[in-house]
Write a protein that binds this ligand. Structure first.
Ligand SMILES: [Zn+2]
Length: 231
């Protein structure tokens, strides 16, 4: 079934291969021209300046890539070999990568958005009561739109509201483990919004993603030992 679904999606995309290739080629040409007009050799160098990246260099990025290749890839490879062995396959295909190798049924961390939020409050409170209070504020001020529904835009995000300082969280929860990760992630952004509310300038609260995602992705890791509040 996984193979059938994967191939259905891939085949449909393949139908538009030429159109997408053409679009992408146009995009590259346009971007290169934008960069040259601004006096840069290529779009990457232009974009680095446009994003105001002054605290790390292109060379740092290459070093980071090399570090991942050297230190992380062997680990990933190790996991893949293990997966292949347990699934008893000669080769791993893209549709083999997400299946539970132990054959366990999917976790059901909550039934609906309301229950998810209640559990998120408990989870955050277990880390630090202040974090629990932040999440409770969102809950009581109704700054959440959590459940997936027909016609709702896809995705998930935290959006700061500068006047009250209490942001809102939008997402499409449907009872999956993935949604648990999303709510603790967006909850991390929410705490960040709340604690930076007192900064005197709104511009100070507009962080580059390297800073913003530190708050949210760290929350995923920090909260992990309290996920027993969900399941
Ligand atoms: Zn994020």
């Amino acid at each position: 079934m996984r193979k059938t679904v994967y191939e259905k999606v891939a085949t449909r995309r393949l139908n538009d291969k030429d159109t997408l290739d053409e679009l992408f080629n146009k995009l590259i040409a346009l971007r290169t021209q934008i960069a040259r007009n601004a006096g840069f050799d290529n779009y990457r160098d232009f974009k680095f300046a446009e994003l105001c990246r002054f605290d790390y260099t292109i060379d740092d990025c290459f070093q980071f890539h090399n570090a991942i290749q050297k230190s992380i890839m062997p680990l990933i490879e190790h996991f893949d070999i293990e997966r292949k062995k347990i699934l008893q396959y000669d080769k791993l295909k893209p549709y083999d990568m997400d299946v539970d190798i132990d054959g366990d049924t999917p976790l059901q961390p909550f039934a609906d958005g309301k229950e998810m939020m209640e559990k998120a409050v408990k989870c955050f409170d277990a880390i630090d009561p202040f974090l629990g209070i932040c999440m409770t504020q969102l809950q009581t001020l109704n700054r959440v739109d959590l459940d997936s529904r027909k016609g709702k835009a896809p995705g998930g995000y935290n959006y700061p509201l500068y006047e009250t300082g209490v942001p809102f969280i939008f997402m499409n929860a449907s009872g999956l483990l993935r949604d648990l990760v999303t709510i603790v992630h967006e909850g991390g952004h929410a705490v960040h919004s709340i604690v930076t509310h007192t900064l005197p300038q709104v511009d100070f609260k507009s962080f580059p993603s390297e800073v913003a995602e530190l708050a949210s992705m760290s929350m995923e890791l920090i909260s992990m030992e309290h996920w027993d509040n969900f399941c």
